[in-house]
Ligand binder design. Structure first.
Ligand SMILES: CC(=O)SCCNC(=O)CCNC(=O)[C@H](O)C(C)(C)COP(=O)(O)OP(=O)(O)OC[C@H]1O[C@@H](n2cnc3c(N)ncnc32)[C@H](O)[C@@H]1OP(=O)(O)O
Ligand SMILES: CC(C)C(=O)C(=O)O
Ligand SMILES: [Mg+2]
Length: 561
């Protein structure tokens, strides 16, 4: 590849930059440009009804400044703004913004579209970059500055006739390809022409129209501008980053450190070419640092659905916070850590979220219903245990987790992803529903503690043993001991040792069921097997678990011949 075809844009070398030592402490002023920059980049721009739905979404999310279009460019853009005004769809605390090139006929037409508004941001732009001055306009620096100044004069004049308040926004478009001192010169001329002051601020928007360098270079440009404005107090410094190098979010975050007050961007980063900066990611990055993002983003799936419907764009599965797969872990070590982290977070009743691999609680975005852990051949016991626990309420003992995970891995290696339902069915088939050659029929447990007996309990267990019904009797000092001795009293039954036992309630309320887990080892053998029993009566659940473990041992011994 001929890399010599390209060169870096020479920009300032800011030696005493201060932004690297700063931190983001509050949300900036957000301005959505979905209905303009986002819309102009769509294969099929939004229809009026879609624009209205998108506008409503932006209002609901809490945007207070919304660029609604470029009304002088086409009838639909014009009509949409008229509809917002005539149908009183703009809330009092929302200011609409309109874009126009700094050209007389377009500015006049823009003002026509604003009639009836009590306030508006009128955003004018002209490109100031070295390249565009040369190839697009073929104009000198002074001539380009004149476009900005003449545009500002006209906006000022028309504002005086306008019944509402006009806030001026000026963009030296393609700022990242402009010498900073020249961009400053043009912006100062606009500010002076407007008569900007701390009571009459102008939004100076410094767009990364094309992302041309690493984010630190943009941060230097922004800090340089902020430090060199004649009167910083008369300027609201706005940034409008695009994403050509894939660093739009980082670029914006560093620009905020460098002094920007305001950010223009779009939902999910829609916009020209690789898009505008994604405001959702920026806002949630702040949220996950404990900063109020000043946007309401908790209904993430709904936001995504409206966005996809209106723009016909798709949010990719790995998109930060919103993508379908971002709260999903397939790999074993991640699943294990998430499983443990979630338990610790819940058990400790923590106020502050700390779970490995999950920078945000999915519940904060109303995404708790999606499975965090999904099972494929890269998954380990932790993931399978997590699904059994969170989806079905079974707290599998550690050794059983490993045993069962092997069974699931065998399936995933041939079939790919294994659904929670398939996991549960396999669990039932492997550990609960095995009734050959022994099958539980009924049980009675008698308390002997008031008798003279040397035992506390007598168990009477009726089973089917290779088709023959038998009642087995056993004594012990506890129910489990008595049951185990009852089962072991059968000559046909393999004499077993109980290695592990645990139980827990599966459900609550009057129909509560319990799950019992039993690990048995037959006499003279190293083969250990788990069995699981589920029943409303805990003794019955335990007997069923023992019989199930015996059936598994029997099956293995038979297999080994
Ligand atoms: C980075 C951005 O996203 S900027 C926003 C871009 N968005 C859009 O362009 C969408 C809407 N735009 C349009 O519909 C059209 O471009 C219009 C209606 C605005 C203008 O239409 P037209 O004048 O017919 O076409 P076009 O945009 O190609 O105009 C180019 C002319 O305007 C001049 N021009 C372009 N931008 C500016 C500006 N900001 N100030 C003054 N003149 C400008 C060009 O030099 C060129 O002049 P020339 O005809 O003498 O060579
Ligand atoms: C109109 C301007 C601000 C723009 O969209 C850009 O420079 O990307
Ligand atoms: Mg843009």
């Amino acid at each position: 590849m001929n890399y010599k075809k390209y060169k870096k844009f020479e920009t300032i070398k800011l030696k005493d930059r201060t932004w690297p030592d700063k931190e983001i402490e509050k949300a900036p002023i957000w301005c959505s440009v979905d209905l303009r920059d986002g819309n102009q980049a769509l294969i099929t721009p939004m229809k009026i009804e879609e624009k209205v739905e998108m506008f409503q979404l932006l209002v609901d999310l809490g945007f207070k400044e919304i660029e609604v279009g470029f009304p002088s460019s086409s009838q639909i853009e014009y009509d949409f703004l008229r509809l917002l005004i005539d149908e009183h769809l703009i809330p009092d605390d929302v200011t609409v913004q309109v874009l126009t090139q700094a050209r007389e006929h377009l500015i006049r037409k823009t003002f026509e579209s604003l009639k009836g508004l009590d306030k508006a941001i009128v955003h004018i732009y002209n490109s100031t970059s070295i390249l565009q001055r040369d190839v697009v306009f073929n104009k000198s620096k002074e001539e380009i500055k004149k476009i900005a100044v003449e545009g500002t004069k006209l906006v000022k004049e028309l504002s005086q006739e306008f019944e509402g308040k006009v806030i001026l926004e000026y963009s030296p478009e393609s700022f990242t390809g402009t010498e900073v001192d020249y961009a400053l010169d043009v912006c100062e001329a606009v500010l002076d022409t407007w008569g900007a002051s701390s009571d009459n601020k102008v939004i100076i928007n410094l767009p990364s129209t094309v992302e041309m360098d690493t984010p630190n270079v943009y941060a230097d440009q922004i800090e340089w501008m902020c430090r060199n404005f004649k009167d910083r107090e008369r300027v609201i410094v706005s940034v409008h980053p695009h994403n050509d190098r894939g660093c739009g979010v980082a670029t914006t975050e560093l620009a905020l450190l460098a002094g920007a007050d305001r950010v223009e961007g779009t939902l999910f980063g829609n916009g020209e070419r690789t898009g505008n900066v994604d405001i959702i990611t920026l806002a949630l990055n702040m949220f996950t640092h404990g900063i109020d993002p000043k946007l309401e983003l908790s209904q993430m799936n709904q936001i995504k659905a409206i966005y996809e419907k209106c723009t016909k764009m798709e949010v990719p599965p790995r998109h930060p916070y919103a993508g379908q797969l971002v709260f999903t872990a397939f790999s074993g070590s991640h699943q294990d850590a998430i499983n443990k982290g979630m338990h610790a977070y819940q058990q400790r009743g923590q106020d502050v979220w700390e779970v490995p691999y999950l920078p945000i609680d999915p519940a904060d975005l109303n995404r708790q219903y999606e499975p965090i852990v999904r099972i494929n051949s890269q998954s380990g016991k932790g993931g399978v245990a997590f699904v059994m626990d969170t989806v079905f309420g079974y707290h599998l003992p550690k050794a059983l987790q490993a045993d069962f995970a092997k069974a699931i891995q065998d399936i995933s290696e041939t079939e790919g992803e294994v659904s929670p339902e398939r996991i549960y069915d396999t669990f039932k088939k492997e550990y609960i529903d095995i009734e050959e050659p022994y099958k539980f029929i009924k049980q009675r447990l008698i308390d002997l503690s008031d008798d003279d007996s040397e035992y506390e309990r007598r168990a009477e267990v009726t089973i089917e043993d290779h088709g023959e019904v038998k009642t087995l009797i056993g004594y012990g000092n506890g129910p489990i001991d008595a049951v185990k001795n009852a089962l072991n009293s059968s000559d046909d039954f393999l004499y077993t040792h109980l290695l592990d036992y645990s139980e827990h309630a599966l459900t609550s309320g009057s129909s509560a069921k319990a799950a019992a887990y039993v690990q048995l080892r037959p006499k003279g053998s190293a083969v250990c097997e788990y069995g699981v029993g589920v029943h409303a009566n805990i003794t019955t659940a335990t007997i069923k678990a023992m019989i199930s473990a015996m059936n598994r041992i029997y099956r293995n011994i038979k297999k080994e011949g």
